[in-house]
Design a protein around this ligand. Structure first.
Ligand code: PMP
Length: 823
């Protein structure tokens, strides 16, 4: 569009919006990404089928244009009739960005595009009505709503709208904030005291629950009112009509000092404006000083509640030196009845305003406003930045919103209605509403969530020392010795890591160094960790969504699944595949360095390997010159009952065992144990250094976990409680045909659900519904396996038999509910 094509409007707002669009926005718009846009996305052009499938209709306005134009049209529609149009706009922007990420330069023009769309609508309707006066009622149908919206938007600064859109996409709302924060952290930043009082001794007033404005405050020392505090006292119409969300979020710091106290500028600056705002609840005498960071971006400090007479002589543009007095603290009478104090607020953007800046904001716009007005504490010498910032707990909705924009979309969430867990206790988790959930998922909180002995051990050691393994410290040696004591000989040499993945990766390096080979024999459906080296050996990852398939140096061995496998419970028969795959690797010139397996397959669906499998498989692997790694990250450390480790029941001794999850009861701790031979072969001159691995705090956690397992006899409990649960679950199988198999050892149990007993067809969809139905009964359970039809049960070992009885009851009624719903 050229400016001479500009439609004219008699509406001054529309005319000015169109003029500024052509002059300021059009040049930038033309450089933005283009695509075919629907250009009329409103609720009348959307078909929703079954609440899920969405289809657009009416492509009569479709054009190729900057895609942000199509988005702007949708936002303009979404805003119509909304009490809070900016929130409606932000929701559309956030949703669009989730699917088609927006660039910052697109977000910068978006507000202007939205306004322009509305101005075009006004202008076009005006022209059409002029041409067809008989049809005025129809042509002007939306004009009242548009006029209302235009009036609301006039009060919303474009910079605020842009900041809101940037925030909806997970970006910093006001980009200058980052420069200013950098300046405050630099050596060049040296603010002079604003007032003579020692504010490091100030008491901090909690105003969040106050019902009234503070009339009196203790005078014996200065006081501070907090930044970021939600204050219900701002309940006058000045802070929002009864139908709107009130502005309650305090954006400044109150500095309570006696009236008449001299107020000084912390830095060299220039007076931006001064004014007297004496409406009830307002600032009284207010001065805004402009400062500049060395890198260029400006920022502003607003100081309110000043003595009116003291600011008379100030003029915008006046220079004000660092430490120079510019005003006095006002009296109670001239500042709306508040006890004498200063309101100090920082601005990273003045939102095109001179003095009409808000000191409190809507809580729903918290992040945006805290970027416009960050914590001003650095400007006020003596104030402790963290102490003066009011604590803030996000609610579930805001956490999930932020997750979508600021966390990787490859992180998943459990349950259709995700939980906000705030506390753990034994085998239970407690959510933000105080509801208790029995946790059958977390095999990390091995000895119980937040076990006091483990927590105390961590805290005590953290208070004393935390460093790396290059100094002598007894914790690391004690822990290695205790851990080694739980293994059969010759497994005796320990290396500590921070995760299961690090442990398996190290084990892989060890076997490759020791054998000078690369090939890997891995069990089907195995998962061994999140590092690149482990995705390569985890069929659960490389053979599923997003995986790039099997690498040349890896071979998959058949999972010896007694329920679904071709050889039933004949372990030796499955193991022949290990010999076959080893030969195949050798034939490809990449002979096997290792046979790696989980001792019970977790991701494979809690599959207890067919009896005799490991003995035969190890024999074949070793015949082929490979070493054997048992990955016990999931199932180890006494979970299976009397045995410490799940491989023991199969009568084998691996060359390396890897451990993780339960070792630190939630503190990051992993380990590798191997034989002296492999350890010696790995020590080829290259140091193994792991900054955090084996630090004294982690070892203290590990030692405490071992103590608790012994003292609370948790291995014996795992056996007894596991048997109890398996009996309960098997009794359910008599009533519920969908239960095809109940299997497991100790507290590592699987329940496989099937649609048809004769064909054992996996009940995949039903399993997902059962997980949700059990959730409605306060029990957390997960599902896995090749067909996602196995309920996985691996709770903290401290789970009581009473809790397990509740689990069986919950499963019983959940299975009944799901069966009723599908029949
Ligand atoms: N091995 C197995 C068998 C696992 O189950 C896991 C984690 N699920 C890992 C290794 C990796 O452990 P981490 O997530 O602690 O790195």
């Amino acid at each position: 569009m050229q400016s001479h094509d500009l439609p004219t409007s008699s509406d001054p707002w529309a005319a000015e919006t169109l003029r500024s669009f052509c002059a300021d926005v059009l040049p930038a718009l033309q450089a933005l990404p283009q695509r075919a846009v629907h250009n009329d996305a409103n609720e009348y052009n959307v078909l929703v089928i079954d609440d899920e499938q969405v289809t657009l209709i009416d492509f009569g306005d479709a054009v190729t244009s900057p895609r942000v134009v199509g988005l702007g049209v949708a936002i303009a529609y979404a805003m119509l009739g909304q009490v809070d149009p900016l929130a409606a706009g932000a929701a559309v922007v956030g949703g669009y960005h989730e699917v088609a990420p927006l660039h910052l330069d697109e977000l910068d023009v978006l507000d202007a595009v939205v306004r322009t769309r509305l101005a075009m609508s006004v202008t076009i309707a005006e022209q059409q009505i002029r041409d067809q006066p008989d049809n005025a009622a129809y042509l002007g149908m939306s004009q009242d709503a548009i006029a209302c919206l235009a009036a609301v938007l006039t009060d919303i600064a474009p910079a605020l709208a842009s900041a809101t859109y940037r925030h909806a996409c997970g970006f910093i709302p006001i980009s200058a904030e980052r420069h200013i924060e950098r300046f405050f952290g630099s050596a060049e930043f040296d603010p002079a005291p604003m007032v003579a009082a020692d504010l490091s001794r100030a008491q901090i007033i909690d105003w969040s629950a106050a019902a009234d404005r503070l009339q009196e405050i203790p005078q014996d020392r200065p006081s501070l009112g907090r930044y970021g505090e939600l204050r219900t006292i701002y309940d006058t119409p000045a802070f929002g009509t009864p139908f709107e969300e009130r502005r309650t979020l305090h954006l400044g710091i109150d500095v309570f000092v006696p009236e008449g106290t001299a107020t000084r500028s912390p830095l060299d600056g220039v007076i931006h404006s001064c004014d007297i705002r004496d409406q009830p609840g307002d600032y009284g005498g207010v001065v805004i000083i402009e400062y500049r960071t060395p890198a260029g971006p400006r920022f502003w400090m607003l100081v309110g509640h000043l003595a009116h007479a003291s600011i008379d002589a100030l003029e915008p543009g006046d220079h004000i030196g660092r430490g120079e007095e510019f005003a006095l603290v006002g009296t109670r009478e001239e500042n709306g009845g508040w006890a004498p104090h200063l309101h100090v607020q920082l601005f990273t953007d003045l939102l095109d305003q001179t003095t009409e800046l808000d000191g409190v904001a809507r809580a729903s716009q918290r992040d945006v406003w805290m970027s416009i007005s960050p914590n001003p504490a650095p400007l006020i010498a003596g104030v402790d930045t963290a102490a003066v910032r009011a604590p803030h707990k996000r609610d579930a909705a805001s956490i999930s919103g932020r997750r979508r924009t600021n966390l990787s979309p490859s992180l998943s969430l459990s349950y259709a209605e995700p939980l906000q867990i705030v506390q753990g206790d034994g085998a239970s988790l407690i959510d933000a509403q105080g509801r208790r959930w029995i946790d059958l998922v977390n095999n990390v909180a091995h000895v119980g969530h937040e076990h006091p002995r483990v927590v105390d051990a961590i805290a005590q050691q953290a208070r004393q020392l935390n460093t790396n393994t290059r100094y002598l410290h007894s914790n690391v040696v004690d822990y290695a010795q205790r851990l080694a004591g739980s293994f059969p000989d010759p497994l005796s040499v320990v290396v500590l890591t921070n995760s299961g993945s690090e442990a398996v990766d190290l084990a892989l390096r060890m076997v490759r160094t020791a054998t000078a080979r690369e090939g890997v024999l891995t069990l089907d459906w195995g998962y061994h960790g999140n590092l690149s080296s482990l995705i390569e050996i985890s069929p659960y990852k490389f053979n599923r969504a997003g995986g790039s398939g099997r690498s040349e140096r890896v071979r998959i061995c058949e999972l010896p699944d007694p329920y679904r496998g071709d050889h039933g419970a004949d372990g030796a028969a499955y193991a022949i595949d290990v010999a076959r795959q080893a030969a195949d690797l050798a034939a490809a010139g990449l002979p096997a360095a290792v046979f790696v397996h989980e001792s019970i397959s977790g991701c494979g669906g809690q599959v207890d390997l067919a009896p005799g499998y490991l003995q035969a498989a190890y024999a074949h692997a070793r015949d082929a010159g490979a070493l054997c790694i048992a990955d016990e990250v999931q199932c180890g450390l006494g979970r299976v009952g009397t045995d410490w480790w799940a491989f023991e029941a199969q009568g084998v001794v691996p060359d390396i065992v890897t451990m993780g999850k339960p070792l630190g009861n939630g503190h990051p701790l992993g380990a590798v144990i191997t034989t002296p031979q492999v350890a010696r072969a790995f020590a080829n001159g290259m140091e193994y250094f792991n900054t955090f691995g084996g630090n004294p705090v982690s070892c203290a956690a590990g030692l405490a976990v071992l103590d608790v397992i012994d003292d609370q006899r948790l291995r014996a409990h795992a056996s007894v409680a596991g048997e109890h649960l398996i009996t309960g679950l098997r009794s359910l199988a008599d009533r519920h045909e969908v239960i095809g198999d109940v299997r497991g050892r100790g507290l590592f149990i699987g329940v496989e659900l099937i649609d048809d007993a004769s064909t054992r067809t996996p009940a995949t969809a039903l399993t997902a519904r059962v997980v949700e139905a059990v959730w409605r009964r306060s029990v957390l359970i997960s599902s896995d396996g090749p067909h996602a039809n196995v309920l996985k049960i691996k709770p903290p070992l401290v789970i009581t038999t009473a809790e397990l009885d509740h689990v069986v009851d919950a499963l019983d009624s959940a299975l009944g509910e799901v069966a009723d719903a599908t029949s």
